[in-house]
Design a protein around this ligand. Structure first.
Ligand SMILES: O=C(O)CCC(=O)C(=O)O
Ligand SMILES: [Fe+2]
Length: 229
């Protein structure tokens, strides 16, 4: 399955409207007013949801597991968040978000302005600055999906590091398994050579047990530590 151009890119006008409104937001963004912003955000969300589904399907197909597509996407909650990282008051680099793996199935990120900051750790432990293409999404595999895949793909360890004194804006679409759904490694990914690495888990139960502070403090793999066999 291929990705077409419409699916891959959010239009420059769309990004411009989102950025302009977020940048000037001195009043509540909705429900009243800002119709243009609300409509643009709704279109942006539809675009991102479509892309997320396409990528989920592509990953499942690459493992011959497309029969799980409906189950997985029907048991996912999507949550859109707009983020502003303030201007650091120092010439030293400042952490905007500490290193973590998202507990999602997939995360789609779109940086709205030119201010870089997203960094990804590679297998050698080096932090790599990510410079996104304009009007495009960064797609990251989350811990819930890495666990569902019995560790076949790794989740993306990342952070936001701010330099310079300009604010950074980004929007994220976070697809998480919904509460009550048991994330369970499919039997096709388990055999003599590949034992099951993780017990089934309910993300909501995990989040009740571990406060965000504890999760942050547990380094790369709080969720994996929670459900590893
Ligand atoms: O703003 C970004 O680019 C990254 C945000 C992020 O990692 C998160 O909210 O989990
Ligand atoms: Fe993240």
């Amino acid at each position: 399955m291929g990705l077409n151009q419409d699916c891959m890119t959010a239009s420059p006008l769309m990004m411009h409207i989102l950025l302009k409104t977020l940048n000037n937001a001195s009043q509540p963004l909705w429900p009243q007013g800002n119709i243009n912003f609300s409509k643009t955000l709704a279109s942006f969300t539809q675009l991102a949801l479509g892309l997320e589904k396409t990528i989920l399907r592509m990953i499942l197909e690459s493992f011959g597991l497309e029969k799980y597509m409906d189950e997985l996407s029907d048991s996912t909650n999507n949550h859109l968040r707009a983020m502003k990282y303030g201007r650091p008051n120092t010439s030293e680099p400042t952490l905007g978000i500490p290193p973590h793996c998202d507990n999602t199935i997939l995360t789609l990120l779109s940086q709205l302005n030119e201010v870089q900051g997203l960094e990804i750790q590679n297998k050698n432990g080096e932090w790599m600055n990510l410079i996104p293409l304009p009007n495009s999404f960064v797609v990251m595999l989350g811990e819930s999906f890495s666990i569902w895949l019995n560790g076949r793909l790794s989740s993306c360890y990342h952070r936001v590091l701010m330099e310079g004194n300009e604010a950074r804006y980004s929007i994220g679409l976070f697809a998480r398994p919904r509460g009550g759904y048991l994330v369970k490694v499919p039997k096709e990914l388990v055999d003599d050579k590949n034992p099951m690495l993780f017990k089934p888990f309910d993300l909501e139960e995990f989040l009740k047990t571990f406060s965000p502070q504890i999760v942050q403090g547990r380094g790369k793999s709080a969720l994996k530590a929670y459900c590893s066999v």
